[in-house]
Design a protein around this ligand. Structure first.
Ligand code: 26Q
Length: 813
């Protein structure tokens, strides 16, 4: 037993021996069988054994060195698959391949058995996953805290062109990457009431009584750094019923009520909410948020008290909390409650600790996405927290009144409690007031926050505001997803880029060298081949790797303007039908993404894409010029194949609406050229790569706002022959001959003077930019140079850079 746990174990036991042991003994198998499921499991356990040892060492190191610990609170962690990432980081891929030869099975086959951990919607959730990777890589003691949803992001199928959702039972076959830690179970309170009393010293105190409690059971997931022996932790909470809760009801004679209560408790972590923008205000969602916040804070405070007793004087020096959007923001009030009600602290000391430890990241400029919980709901579900929120607000408004005496408009505007109709708690304001730092996720986004959404708060506390432009991890999004390019880069500039992505700059001189660009494009060509195979398998559409691969994958949302993409496709199709193919470039257009199940317009857009694809793909005239596919069930593991095989990255949101975007960065790293608006991080991408290597089009954010009052899409359409033709085809039902009226709402939206996304306004400029794309692609060498320069300039979009900035400018400032 003792020797088993020696640190040297991993280097002593051969991977092939462990693999066989797990396959034959742990899992009791003798043959590989039809699927490679058991082989995957055995391999995952073999790899996990090697992580666990480093994990223990890392925990031990943090315990003895006592660095400041950062806790990343997020309702979403979109992890995707873990096996290959672990192999890469542990540097054992070659040994594993060798070990697998005994089973006559390739590593790729085994890896494809792993289900994606889809515990997120899109950008925000994947960002959290990239951040954890970078924190481990930079050896920063960061723990991710999230929810272990029983069902992750729904699966999407396309039936008759429509999105159909089905559940994602990702835990069905077990999850090798988690370790349950029941001894660290926490108890989370709901309902009940506040009770005011005096303590032994006669001090007025409050306690939260008559509550219905739920247990939070932690499941820990290892987060390995890249070849650095560091393994951090992602702690995911599962909700369970308390035993005495059951018993109480049981004794009262109601067995069924007891079971119902159990169900209610287990409901909390049952399913991820699949809305990536519009706020719904559902009670269960608030329960999830509080459940995460309370369990996580109790966990951190519990560890503190075990070591330091009730002395919290250095708590803020040693702990920080990063709030991933407003979703976990109830943590501001919960930390106050825990410090005051449970640990005897007075308001001012507790408030100082709270604001010193909390930091808030905003991810959206869309006002409709800002969370506001009804005061009635909060008062019922979390009565003690509502007390505290009211008190925070009262003290805050006093401060505002002191700075701007008599400005009652401003008081109303800034109040954490929104009036108007029924009262609500504005979570973004609670986050702003309760944090010492607030950041946007791209330069433009932060600027717009200061000028618009949070203007009043910026005037009050300019020093709180800062920008942290997003990034993505080059381990997953380059080294793992594009092994051929990894090899070419290693051969050309050495392999240090994996940890220091800025070193890709060294590629720049090679962009003009024929021999190199040809190798670069040969890699691209292989990746396009792989992508074409995937598209054929999943969409039934044949993509030709000699054509331009034009890709837009992201959540379906009006502001992201998949519609603009479709209008362009229809325009190209119209030209092909007319025989006007001068200067056209054969292209394959791929669009993928999920629509929130209740977002009717987004679902119509999916239907339109599919219908247009069907018409185009079944027209023999179009075959050599244009092919269109909708990629179903877009997810992390699909993007790993999609982004290396893309030539043209579509980043075409209405300027001022996309906070940052991160897919844009993944494409750029893999040598795609962007066609995009001046929105989010596109602006910084263009700055980095140079305007001559980026296809810019459309209005900028200021122009969009200036045009709103007099936007006249009908006039725009009438004045543009091509757009007029496209709209005409839509109106005549060219793509829905047997489905009368299904696109009426889309047509009306484009033609509406109040169209918030102003799709028609950018049509001409977009089509012109696409013409420039076609021309550029026709010159193979020129395109290759642009592609190389995109990879070479992508260094600053590594999440290592982003996280180093969080570290230096927020966490350890
Ligand atoms: C809120 C309340 C209730 C239910 C769901 C939600 C909810 C869930 C997810 C609201 C928003 C989200 C996700 C938002 C998101 O992904 N935003 C994206 O964040 C990226 C990382 O910063 C940016 O790059 C994108 O621009 C931004 O759209």
């Amino acid at each position: 037993m003792k020797t088993e746990n020696q640190p040297s174990r991993n280097s002593q036991i051969k991977i092939s021996d462990d693999l066989r042991r797990h396959f034959e003994l742990t899992l009791g198998r003798d043959e590989v069988g039809e699927s490679h499921h058991y082989l995957y499991k055995a391999l995952a356990m073999t790899v996990r054994d090697r992580l666990v040892e480093q994990w223990r060492n890392t925990r031990e190191r943090y315990r003895s060195e006592e660095p400041k610990r950062i806790n990343y609170l997020s309702l979403e962690f979109l992890m995707g698959r873990s096996l290959n990432n672990a192999l890469l980081n542990l540097d054992i891929e070659d040994d594993v391949r060798e070990a697998l030869t005994a089973y006559a099975c390739s590593l790729e086959e085994v890896e494809s058995e792993e289900l994606d951990a889809g515990l997120g919607n899109g950008g925000l959730g994947r960002l959290a996953a990239c951040f954890l990777d970078s924190c481990a890589n930079l050896e920063i003691p960061v723990t991710g805290y999230g929810i272990r949803y029983q069902y992750g992001m729904f699966h999407q199928k396309i039936k008759n062109g429509y999105q159909v959702e089905s559940p994602d039972p990702w835990l069905r076959n077990g999850n090798v990457w988690e370790i349950e830690s029941p001894d660290s179970t926490r108890r989370v309170k709901f309902f009940g009431r506040s009770e005011y009393y005096q303590d032994e010293q006669g001090k007025p105190k409050v306690r939260w009584v008559d509550t219905h409690d739920v247990l939070a059971v932690p499941y820990d997931v290892p987060i390995p750094g890249y070849k650095n022996n560091t393994v951090n932790t992602l702690r995911l909470w599962k909700s369970e019923a308390t035993d005495e809760f059951d018993l109480e009801e049981f004794n009262a004679g109601s067995y069924t009520d007891a079971v119902a209560a159990k169900n209610q408790a287990e409901q909390i972590t049952m399913v991820l909410y699949p809305n990536d923008a519009s706020e719904q205000g559902k009670e269960l969602r608030l329960r999830q948020q509080y459940f995460l916040a309370s369990a996580s804070l109790q966990d951190v405070i519990g560890r503190w008290v075990r070591r330091n007793g009730r002395d919290f004087s250095r708590f803020a020096e040693k702990n920080g909390f990063q709030l991933n959007d407003t979703h976990p923001t109830i943590a501001v009030a919960e930390l106050m409650r825990l410090l005051m009600d449970e640990h005897g602290m007075d308001w001012d000391s507790a408030w100082k600790i709270t604001t010193d430890t909390m930091a808030y990241t905003n991810h959206t400029l869309l006002p409709e996405a800002l969370e506001a919980w009804s005061v009635g709901l909060v008062g019922q579900l979390l009565p003690r927290l509502l007390d505290i929120i009211f008190e925070i607000n009262a003290r805050f408004l006093k401060e505002v009144a002191k700075k701007w005496p008599g400005d009652s408009d401003r008081l109303q505007r800034m109040s954490i409690i929104g009036e108007g109709g029924h009262k609500s708690v504005r979570m973004a304001y609670l986050a702003l007031v309760g944090s010492h730092s607030v950041n946007g996720v791209a330069a433009l986004h932060t600027q717009l926050l200061k000028e618009g959404l949070f203007k009043d708060f910026y005037e009050l506390w300019p020093e709180k505001f800062n920008n942290k432009t997003n990034g993505v991890t080059p381990r997953r999004w380059l080294a793992h997803s594009n092994p051929e390019l990894r090899q070419l880069l290693n051969d050309t500039i050495g392999n240090e880029w994996i940890m220091e992505l800025d070193r890709l700059e060294k590629l720049k001189p090679f962009a003009s060298k024929r021999k190199f660009t040809e190798r670069f494009m040969a890699v691209k060509r292989k990746n396009k081949q792989k992508l074409a195979e995937l598209v054929l398998a999943d969409c039934g559409v044949e993509f030709d790797p000699d054509m331009l691969f034009d890709v837009q994958v992201k959540r379906i949302h009006e502001y992201k303007r998949q519609l603009l993409n479709v209008l362009h496709i229809i325009h190209l199709y119209d030209r092909i039908c007319k025989g006007d193919t001068d200067g056209m470039q054969p292209r394959c257009v791929l669009i993928g993404g999920k629509a929130a199940p209740g977002y009717v317009m987004a679902k119509s857009i999916i239907k339109l894409i599919n219908n247009v694809a069907k018409v185009v793909n079944s027209d023999p005239k179009a075959k050599d010029w244009l092919r269109v596919a909708f990629f179903p069930d877009y997810r992390v593991s699909a993007m790993e194949i999609i982004c290396p095989g893309t030539d043209l990255s579509e980043q075409i949101s209405t300027a001022g609406k996309e906070a940052s975007g991160t897919g844009n960065m993944k494409f750029m790293m893999n040598g795609a050229v962007t066609i995009g608006t001046l929105d989010g991080a596109n602006i910084e991408i263009r700055e980095a790569v140079g305007g001559e290597n980026f296809f810019l089009f459309g209005m900028n954010a200021a122009e969009v706002e200036a045009m709103r009052s007099h936007y006249d899409p009908q006039a725009v359409i009438a004045a543009d022959e091509d757009l007029n033709k496209v709209m005409d085809m839509l109106r005549r039902g060219h793509f829905n001959l047997s489905e009368v009226g299904v696109f009426d709402s889309i047509i009306a939206a484009i033609e509406s003077p109040t169209d918030p996304w102003m799709t028609a306004a950018d049509f001409r400029s977009y089509v012109d930019a696409q013409q420039r794309v076609a021309k550029a692609y026709a010159d193979k060498h020129h395109w290759a140079e642009m592609a190389v320069l995109n990879t070479a300039s992508s260094g600053r979009f590594s999440s290592d850079r982003t996280i180093a900035q969080y570290r230096d400018e927020i966490w350890y400032k």
